[in-house]
Structures are given as C-alpha cells and as structure tokens.
Design a protein around this ligand. Structure first.
Ligand SMILES: [Zn+2]
Ligand SMILES: [Zn+2]
Length: 136
C-alpha cells in the first residue's frame, strides 16, 4: 500500500510503498538506545518506490549482535528516526522505515518480534499498566 510520513518537525517527508504484513518489532539493545524507548517498529520500503524531501543526518552503526553495518538516518532538527539501510549510494535497494513517522501507522500492526531475548520484561504485560486516556 502507499505510505507517506514525516518527522516530528516536518523537515523530512517520505513516500513509498510498503506491505503491512512485513511490519516488525525489534527488541535489540541498539534499537532500544536508538529510539530512547523499549523497542522499534519498522517496515521495509523498496528503494525504487522510496521518495524523500529534506536531508536526513545519518551515522553508520555496526550492531554488536548481528555484526551488520547499517546506516541510521534521522532528522537533523528534531531527531526523529526516519529509516535504516545498507551502506552505499542512493538509491539503495531497501529502506527500513520507522512506522511511527507514517500517516498510516495504525495499519502497520507488527507480525514479528526480533531479538526477543533482550526485550524489556514489561512489554508483554502492558495491558496491566494503569492507563490514562490523556496525560496523567
Ligand atoms: Zn524533524
Ligand atoms: Zn534492533
């Protein structure tokens, strides 16, 4: 399906096509640090369909667990994570786009959880955490 999204401040905008069935959660410790949260939710977007306005900042991170170098791109102004990809020239074969920046984020329900061994224990028990409909 067609997707579009933007970072929190609107400097970076993306468009592309993604299959909601390929939505994944990553619980690895790099994703915990890189998001400042408990896990990351991403979906692959082919390079052929990927369009972007604005220029993200990026850094190369070789993950301790998998050993694969990945380019991590984020907004230089607001810091929103945008995507990761393999190092190389644009356009790259695939971009792993962060679902939280998509307008269609509610339609990308994760189908798989990777690196579950480093998942924070409470993520499987969130239904039991006290809820406030708005800020508590
Ligand atoms: Zn931004
Ligand atoms: Zn990860």
């Amino acid at each position: 399906m067609k997707i579009d999204g933007a970072c929190h401040c609107g400097t970076i905008r993306i468009e592309g096509e993604a299959d909601p069935e390929k939505t994944q959660i990553c619980h690895c410790t790099d994703c915990q640090t890189g998001t400042g949260s408990a896990f990351r939710v991403s979906v692959p977007v082919s390079g052929a369909a990927f369009r972007m306005t604005g220029e993200p900042t990026s850094y190369l991170k070789t993950t301790a667990e998998s050993g694969n170098p990945r380019v991590q791109a984020f907004c230089p102004r607001c810091g929103s994570p945008i995507y990761s990809t393999t190092p190389g020239e644009h356009p790259r074969p695939s971009y792993t786009v962060r679902v939280g920046i998509l307008s269609q984020r509610d339609q990308f329900v994760p189908k798989r959880q990777n690196w579950s061994r480093s998942a924070q224990s409470w993520v499987t028990a969130m239904a039991g955490i006290h809820k406030n409909e708005k800020q508590g």
